[in-house]
Design a protein around this ligand. Structure first.
Ligand SMILES: Nc1ncnc2c1ncn2[C@@H]1O[C@H](COP(=O)(O)OP(=O)(O)OP(=O)(O)O)[C@@H](O)[C@H]1O
Length: 767
């Protein structure tokens, strides 16, 4: 490209940067003013405060004065916050003001326009934009179209323009390094250079190279359910994060980061992505694993961890039960059971006082079922509580006459008496009145536990009710249809009971349990949450999805996943899509498929594809790299030598490496061996650990969603990956590699690799 163009563009950039600097100075000034104002208000707070407490008017006046001061402080803090956010955007823009330019015309007779697109918008006067935010409606033409006629969505409907020029820039610290004119959406060259960067312990934003099909996901504003089936490395996670940033921009003032929630596969993953939104100038959304969500709602129960779930070896009967409990049919059956509870079947407990039933369960049951049919479970519970409180109040008068009250009063120490009197004047008309006063206090105090038990609905027991539901289930659902015998079902209920006694629960039980609880308590869900994102959707079951839909009734859902990577649900994941389609209005459902994998080199993507049978489509992106290597070592020592040689090579080439083992035991073993041989590695044992720089050893079920320059698959042996239903797992592990993939087996190679053609890998032998 002619140097003159570059020089002209550099001149334009310099002018924009100069204006950015002026704006920075102004923002700084506003910050200083807000800070000194605030300090001034705080200092004078006491002097300016008109303290008058001798009359009612005086108290009001004082309160108003405090309120006024608080308002002034809040205003200053607001303007401080505003200026600080602006300054941080300006600082980012100073280094890299924009990454694209578009020239276009809105109609044949319209004036030609030029816009520049960057990470934030910037204008020198209110209507004169020098930089457009990448999320502005007009910026969409950069991602969506080529040259010529291009249309884009605006809040007022579709607009179309004639695009004359698309220019892309690489700018570093205020200097244009390169620029290209292109007629494509985003040039392969730009994408290649973005993809060739080394991996990091943190994910980066992809704003400058968003692809057309990713842009559809990011900017969707119509769907109640946006479902994305995307191959490993196709940018699903990247797209979620850009989509959150887009939504926060598009609905600014109406949507906050706290109304957007992401269910992520594990805590490590949260760590991996948590810089992306702040780098884009936005707050992070609420991020949680499903396990954490359930754990927060059931603090007294230990829920099975990912590692335990992974290690579970279920019998065929248990597998069938797990499958049933995760289905939509089971969700409907629980709903049906809960609806039935409006007529009968609620399990009650006595309300106990001093070791004896105070209100017997039969009485509570009578009250609960005394309300008419219009009372649903939630109102029924509320009305029961109110009736029980009335009983309690009546009983206080009776209880005041009992012997134990008299004895208690006689035995009161001076301190106890003082505390009972509190602020009450100690003069009483008669000794009897004083006794009445104290007796009421004593009874109320000791019945406090009863009051609390009523308010907190301790007369119900969700554990007992859950077990009751499981026992009743064969009446609501035909077990034989699912290949489950009554005996198998009874055995599984017994297991659940004994786990509950130990305060433990399998993950598969948590959602029906929470759902039943919410039904009984009449919870109508979290109506604040507006967008719920679920990554790695293939690891959820239909029950969980139906539950989350009722839990977040006003939210729009974006679900992303790869059926090829169903490491927990395995083959069942395919039925998930069918079940999902019945839960949302088809008119408001959009399914997007991403097949292009950006993470890995062509060689790695091609290799990993052969592990799958009947898998979802994956195409590799034309980025060259070396062939994956396979080693079958005769014993563990030889395998270890091979791993060490590979680590050395990766280290020399500055490639970050993850050694991925199947389970924690394998990972522990190789960590110990490497450490003994003087190689420094970090073992990731649990999902609550942080990602560390350097070589990491990680078990397969925690590697979800992460990526590394180089991956060494430890023990890619028949003994570890022998069964056909482990294909998805092996595929998930191998697809974590960006440039380099090495598989090390001991004794016999996994048969799941036998379909890989011989010219798609290199055999490395060891002695
Ligand atoms: N348009 C893009 N421009 C630049 N990089 C991209 C783009 N799309 C994806 N990538 C990169 O490709 C890699 C894989 O993306 P991401 O992790 O989002 O994929 P994924 O679909 O979530 O994968 P998986 O299901 O395997 O976890 C990341 O490094 C991401 O930054």
């Amino acid at each position: 490209m002619a140097d003159s163009i570059k020089a002209r563009e550099q001149k334009h950039l310099d002018e924009v940067v100069a204006k950015i600097k002026v704006a920075q100075a102004e923002a700084k000034k506003r910050i200083d003013v807000a800070e000194s104002d605030e300090a001034g208000i705080r200092k004078n707070f006491v002097n300016d405060l008109r303290l008058k407490t001798d009359s009612y008017e005086g108290i009001m006046e004082t309160a108003l004065s405090v309120r006024q001061q608080q308002q002034m402080l809040a205003e200053r803090q607001n303007s401080w916050q505003h200026a600080t956010t602006e300054l941080s955007t300006l600082k980012r823009l100073e280094k890299r003001a924009y990454f694209a330019r578009i020239d276009f015309q809105e109609g044949p007779n319209a004036k030609p326009e030029t816009i520049y697109i960057g990470l934030g918008s910037f204008s020198d006067t209110p209507d004169h934009f020098l930089i457009y935010d990448w999320r502005a409606p007009i910026s969409s033409i950069y991602y969506d179209g080529e040259l010529g006629n291009v249309s884009y969505q605006t809040p007022d409907g579709e607009q179309s323009v004639d695009v004359k020029l698309k220019r892309q820039f690489q700018i570093e610290d205020g200097t244009i390094v390169t620029l290209y004119d292109t007629d494509q959406t985003v040039t392969d060259q730009m994408l290649l250079s973005a993809l060739s960067e080394h991996s990091d312990t943190h994910m980066k934003s992809i704003v400058t190279t968003i692809q057309k099909e990713q842009n559809q996901i990011i900017r969707d504003t119509h769907s109640d359910l946006l479902f994305v089936q995307g191959a490993a490395g196709s940018g699903k996670t990247a797209a979620i994060l850009q989509r959150v940033a887009f939504l926060l921009y598009r609905y600014r003032g109406h949507l906050t980061a706290g109304q957007v929630m992401l269910f992520s596969p594990n805590q490590l993953f949260n760590d991996y992505i948590d810089q992306v939104l702040p780098e884009l100038g936005e707050h992070n959304m609420v991020q949680m694993t499903y396990y954490q969500y359930a754990g927060r709602r059931m603090p007294k129960i230990d829920i099975e961890t990912l590692a335990q779930r992974f290690a579970e070896s279920n019998t065929p009967a248990e597998k069938k039960i797990t499958q049933l409990k995760g289905s939509l049919a089971f969700f409907n059956a629980v709903t049906h059971y809960a609806d039935h509870l409006e007529q009968r079947g609620m399990v009650f407990r006595n309300i106990v006082f001093q070791g004896k039933p105070f209100i017997p369960k039969e009485k509570i049951q009578e009250i609960y079922y005394s309300f008419n049919r219009n009372y649903h479970l939630g109102n029924r519970l509320q009305a029961t509580k109110e009736a029980l409180i009335r009983i309690l109040n009546r009983r206080i008068a009776g209880e005041m006459k009992s012997k134990w009250v008299e004895e208690t009063i006689q035995d009161l120490s001076k301190e106890e008496l003082d505390s009972l009197y509190g602020d009450h004047p100690r003069e009483f008309e008669s000794a009897d009145k004083e006794f009445q006063f104290l007796a009421r206090k004593v009874v109320m105090q000791s019945l406090e536990s009863v009051r609390r038990a009523i308010v907190r609905a301790r007369f119900l027991s969700i554990n007992n009710q859950y077990v009751h539901m499981l026992r009743e289930m064969p009446r609501h659902i035909d077990l034989t249809q699912y290949g489950i015998t009554q005996a198998d079902w009874d055995a599984s209920v017994d297991t659940t009971i004994s786990e509950l006694r130990d305060h433990r629960m399998q993950l598969i039980n948590t959602t029906p349990y929470l759902y039943l609880y919410d039904k009984i308590a009449g919870k109508s869900g979290d109506r604040e949450m507006r967008y719920v994102f679920m990554d790695e959707i293939q690891d959820y079951n239909a029950f969980q999805l139906a539950f989350l839909k009722t839990t977040f009734p006003r939210a729009r859902f974006t679900m992303l996943g790869d059926l090829n990577q169903a490491i927990f649900t395995k083959e069942n994941s395919h039925t998930l899509l069918q079940e999902l389609s019945t839960m949302f209005d088809p008119e408001k459902t959009r399914v997007v498929q991403l097949t292009q994998s950006y993470r890995s080199t062509q060689q790695v993507t091609d290799f990993t594809k052969h592990i799958l049978k009947n898998g979802e489509a994956v195409t590799s992106f034309a980025r060259e790299g070396e062939l994956p290597t396979m080693t079958v070592a005769p014993d563990e020592d030889a395998a270890l030598q091979r791993v060490m040689a590979e680590l050395k090579r990766n280290d020399q080439d500055h490639e970050t490496t993850a050694i991925i083992g199947k389970d924690l035991a394998d990972c522990r073993e190789i960590t110990e061996k490497l450490t003994a041989a003087g190689v420094q590695v970090t073992l990731i044992r649990s999902e609550n650990q942080r990602l560390a720089p350097g070589i990491i050893v990680v078990p397969s079920f925690l590697a979800k969603g992460l990526e590394f320059d180089a991956v060494i698959v430890w023990h890619a042996s028949k003994s570890r990956y022998g069964a056909d239903d482990e294909r998805q797992l092996l595929y998930t592990i191998c697809s974590r590699a960006m440039h380099r993939l090495s598989l090390v087996a001991i004794d016999q190679l996994s048969p799941l690799l036998s379909d890989v053609p011989a010219d798609e890998f290199e055999v490395v032998n060891v002695d």
